[in-house]
Design a protein around this ligand. Structure first.
Ligand SMILES: Nc1ncnc2c1ncn2[C@@H]1O[C@H](COP(=O)(O)OP(=O)(O)OP(=O)(O)O)[C@@H](O)[C@H]1O
Ligand code: SF4
Ligand SMILES: [Mg+2]
Length: 395
């Protein structure tokens, strides 16, 4: 999967206007100043629309998505103002700590949330069609056909009492009016394609007769059997050992080349991101805090939380040095702190003048004032801090 050179990327006209608009707006120190300055951050984010690092026509467009769960303890704001887009043939990696909203946002794209217990606002468009508000019947037609999901734990999506072959055949026939024989032929092709040896024999076996890696391959076969345009892979390799992980990632990569699907890859693992992603979106406490091409975000990160993530992974060159974990815990989503959600854990908070970090949520603004790499932080000299202090530690 290729990351286009910066000069190859084109920013759509509507995005140029909105970026220029938001880049020209200086941060405000107080509510009074903010009131004078005009619309709220949320309003500007809505206007800004979905960010599109590659500039290619997107297949999936998520705009200003919010997912909230009313609970006995209060309203859990799991996802807030999330916008991104993914063109066909491209892979977006969503990264962030546990609880940052990666799965909740992706389940919203799949329409998998319990409608009665979840408040979802914003827009999710697939190939131009709005998904939010569709009936369960319409969503079922789309799920497994235009869009499918690979979960971390194949046990949870493979039925233990049906053979793998049976599940593949049924998965195919739900969306295609074909004979059982034709569906079996397709299922055997898929088992072969995902590298399961002896598909004829494996076709009649139950999930418990497969190893973990084989089950994951079977689930990928199931996800791709209907040739979906969008695949959401939620930690698809976390439960597997390192060798099998690499094989599964290679498989996803090759299948993407064959099917040309858009992939949203959810992972904790920045090694996987570097290997697989064209674009990267970093989430913290339900919000996007940095977003751009993998090249931009990994080589020139511009947000202290992203720096923390990068510093907390082992590198070959820094093998003998101690890792620098991000200290502290993410905030409660029941009661997000005012200002920047990362403030209680941020080592750079003192570099911002006054109380800005604790009073005002930073906007998602273009890095260096232009381009489609955006980050959410009040620091003025992000580039120089990164070059002078963070990059040397990364080795
Ligand atoms: N049905 C629900 N009701 C209330 N809170 C929920 C519900 N589902 C998820 N949450 C909360 O939403 C937050 C985001 O959860 P999510 O599963 O998206 O995290 P994640 O980023 O995928 O984490 P992980 O890396 O551990 O999978 C968590 O705090 C979680 O407890
Ligand atoms: S806005 Fe302030 S607290 Fe938040 S990441 Fe930037 S410097 Fe740290
Ligand atoms: Mg998750």
């Amino acid at each position: 999967m290729s990351t286009p050179a910066p000069q190859d990327r084109q920013v759509p006209e509507d995005r140029k206007d909105s970026m220029a608009d938001s880049a020209a707006t200086p941060p405000a120190a107080t509510d009074a100043v903010a009131a004078k300055r005009g619309p709220s951050v949320a309003t500007r984010e809505r206007r800004q629309g979905s960010i599109n690092p590659s500039g290619e026509t997107p297949y999936l467009v998520v705009e200003d998505l919010a997912v909230k769960f009313p609970t006995a303890d209060g309203l859990v704001s799991a996802v807030n103002g999330l916008s991104y887009s993914v063109p066909l043939g491209r892979t977006l990696a969503i990264v962030g700590e546990s609880g940052s909203g990666k799965s909740v946002s992706s389940m919203a794209v799949m329409g998998l949330h319990d409608r009665k217990r979840t408040r979802i606002t914003g827009s999710i468009r697939l190939g131009g069609d709005e998904m939010i508000g569709l009936s369960e019947n319409d969503l079922m037609k789309i799920r497994g056909d235009a869009v499918s999901m690979v979960f971390q734990d194949p046990q949870s999506s493979l039925h233990p009492l049906y053979t793998i072959g049976n599940q593949l055949v049924e998965g195919y026939r739900v969306h295609h009016k074909v004979s059982k024989d034709a569906a079996k032929k397709r299922a055997l092709e898929m088992l072969d394609l995902v590298g399961i040896p002896n598909p004829q024999r494996r076709f009649g076996q139950y999930p418990h007769e497969f190893s973990g890696g084989m089950r994951q391959r079977a689930m990928i076969a199931m996800s791709l059997i209907n040739d979906p345009k969008l695949v959401i892979a939620d930690e698809p390799t976390t439960a597997l050992d390192v060798t099998v992980q690499a094989q599964i990632l290679d498989l996803l990569n090759n299948l993407q080349k064959e099917f040309g699907s858009a992939i949203v890859l959810i992972t904790h693992d920045l090694g996987v991101v570097a290997e697989m992603a064209d674009d990267v979106l970093v989430m913290y406490a339900g919000r996007c805090v940095e977003y751009g091409t993998a090249e931009d975000v990994l080589a020139n990160p511009r947000m202290p939380y992203t720096w923390g993530l990068l510093e907390s992974i082992p590198t070959v060159s820094a093998a003998n040095e101690r890792l620098r974990p991000i200290t502290g815990l993410p905030p409660s989503l029941l009661n997000l702190p005012s200002g920047c959600s990362f403030r209680p854990r941020c080592p750079y908070v003192d570099r911002v003048k006054g109380e800005l970090c604790s009073t005002e949520l930073p906007e998602l603004l273009p890095v260096d004032g232009a381009g489609a790499h955006v980050s959410r932080c009040h620091l003025h000299d992000k580039a120089s801090i990164y070059e002078a202090e963070v990059a040397p530690r990364l080795g």
